[in-house]
Design a protein around this ligand. Structure first.
Ligand SMILES: *[C@@H]1O[C@H](CO)[C@@H](O)[C@H](O)[C@H]1NC(C)=O
Ligand SMILES: *[C@@H]1O[C@H](CO)[C@@H](O)[C@H](O)[C@H]1NC(C)=O
Length: 515
């Protein structure tokens, strides 16, 4: 059988074949509850901000003294439900603004919230906020349609979801920018100068939007800062685990566990399978693929959101914690995996059936289920289904976790409103995949991020081509993971983030000086 040495060799052989020099990480979520939603979960600590009170920043009172909206920094922009004329009408799209540092002519940073509710935390922390302070700019956070409080429909049935497209989202941004001067003046009493240049920004999917805004509307958007943008849309996203394998020193033992697991699932021996489900704390899952899928949750989470411990603190390293389970060699590797999973489920109080059952919640069409919105986007345009690489590469997740299994609930959730497969080819063709025809975009990626395998950092040749002659800037952080530069970077300046931040600011100054 193949050992992990072969695993590494096979990856490099495959990459050469695909003309990819190195495969690192990947960006988006897995499916619904436990699919690694790009970054929402981590940033918001699993709490949805929809419907909750928006935190008040201390500067609000002063800044908006003369404003009729004093005491509030949450505003609503009247947006078209459909920019392509299939449905008339407007909806209220939530907008958050921090103009505390704005000086005439400073840049306007526009951050779309992507596949998550707009978080007011970003008004006073994180890299966009730091950039606004440094450049005397204004920060505007615009909530993505169908997330947070910005739902253009009255329920989430299939036919109501059809206005949730990348194309409508880009038009939302363009329409907002065109009307921003009046809107901001009316909202907070501050006039955006005609000299102010717009910089689109975001993390993960929202970084794609920032890049594609620069592509589609170079006249509105002067530059972009894209953190962990998974520009290449892949339906069968097998590269994700290749990065997970590189990040975990115990990956060979995990692969041994998965090999045993697949033999057990192949056996169709119900008693044996049920015994292992119970050993993993997953006895309530009827479906074998749901069971196999649940076993990947903790690994993906640990790698995608990895933070090295703060020097001098007693924080534990999430990767070392995973591997500590696999150091009990008196047990077989599958037993290690079972012990780890059982402990994860009980210590996080995970409701197994609702979290890991594929069809759970299919008929619940109530509003404000942001996970359902993201699932719709994956069903229709992105896929991004995280699967195991095909042999001879070794697997860190079961062969039963296929893209077909992950897409199979799409129909149950949304009926005929979703195509049999997501139309990833159209998206790649329209926006240019890994080589969009853009300029003045600052791409930042952590190389331990599984999503970076779909980013411009996947390959030196791609990085070189896209950044030729300073047209764009590619910044990599070897030991960082998903959107690490973007969120609350001000409190974590180690493992390459500090250097990356200096480069981001330098590149943006350079682009701002261009006309
Ligand atoms: C199924 O697995 C159980 C539990 O390991 C074992 O006792 C039984 O013999 C197996 N049945 C068959 C038909 O192999
Ligand atoms: C790329 O964009 C530039 C400027 O917007 C345009 O002139 C050029 O034709 C585009 N190239 C391709 C291949 O589309």
């Amino acid at each position: 059988m193949f050992n992990f040495y072969n695993f590494a060799v096979s990856i490099s052989a495959l990459n050469t074949m695909l003309n990819l020099i190195v495969v690192f990480a990947d960006p988006m979520p897995m499916r619904r509850n436990y699919m690694h939603h790009i970054w929402t979960e981590h940033v918001l600590n699993g709490k949805s901000v929809a419907g909750s009170d928006v935190m008040m920043a201390p500067w609000i009172g002063q800044q908006y003294k003369n404003s009729q909206n004093r005491g509030s920094h949450e505003f609503y922009f009247n947006q078209n439900i459909d920019h392509f004329g299939h449905k008339a009408g407007l909806f209220k799209q939530r907008v958050l603004i921090n103009a505390q540092h704005y000086r005439d002519g400073g840049p306007v940073f526009l951050m779309n919230s992507g596949e998550t509710a707009a978080s007011s935390s970003y008004l006073s922390a994180g890299e966009p906020y730091s950039l606004v302070k440094e450049t005397k700019g204004m920060l505007i956070i615009m909530e993505h349609r169908y997330y947070g409080k910005s739902y253009p429909v009255s329920d989430m049935s299939g036919p109501n979801m059809v206005y949730l497209t990348v194309e409508n989202s880009l038009e939302d941004i363009a329409n907002f920018v065109r009307h921003a001067k009046e809107f901001v003046a009316k909202s907070i009493g501050i006039s955006i100068s005609a000299k102010s240049k717009w910089i689109a920004t975001g993390g993960s999917y929202s970084a794609n939007l920032a890049t594609w805004m620069r592509l589609k509307y170079p006249g509105l958007i002067h530059a972009a800062y894209a953190s962990s943008a998974p520009l290449l849309i892949e339906e069968d996203f097998y590269q994700y685990d290749m990065v997970v394998g590189r990040a975990l020193s115990c990956a060979p033992r995990i692969a041994d566990a998965i090999e045993t697991l697949d033999l057990i699932l192949d056996s169709q021996n119900r008693t044996l399978i049920h015994n292992w489900k119970r050993a993993c704390g997953l006895g309530s899952l009827k479906d074998d693929a749901d069971f196999a899928g649940a076993l990947t949750d903790q690994l993906s989470h640990a790698v995608q959101y990895h933070m090295p411990p703060q020097p001098g603190s007693d924080e534990k390293d999430s990767l070392a914690q995973i591997c500590s389970w696999f150091s009990y060699t008196e047990h077989n590797p599958l037993q290690n995996l079972a012990d780890m999973t059982r402990s994860y489920i009980s210590s996080n109080n995970i409701d197994v059936r609702s979290t890991y059952t594929t069809l759970s919640g299919a008929n619940n069409i109530q509003l404000y289920q942001d996970g359902r919105s993201w699932f719709y986007q994956t069903c229709t345009q992105f896929g991004y289904w995280q699967t195991a690489p095909r042999p001879p590469l070794r697997r860190l997740r079961s062969k039963y976790v296929t893209s077909g299994w992950q897409s199979s609930p799409c129909h149950a959730f949304f009926g005929k409103s979703v195509p049999p497969q997501p139309d990833v080819d159209s998206v790649n063709k329209r926006y240019g995949g890994l080589l969009p025809n853009v300029s003045r975009v600052v791409f930042v990626n952590g190389l331990l991020d599984p999503w970076s395998s779909l980013s411009v950092a996947v390959d030196e040749e791609i990085s070189r081509r896209i950044s030729a002659n300073g047209k764009n800037t590619v910044i990599t952080m070897p030991r960082a993971s998903h959107v690490t530069d973007f969120y609350f970077a001000s409190t974590r300046t180690d493992f390459g983030v500090k250097e990356a931040r200096a480069k981001i600011l330098g590149a943006l100054w350079y682009y701002l000086a261009q006309t």
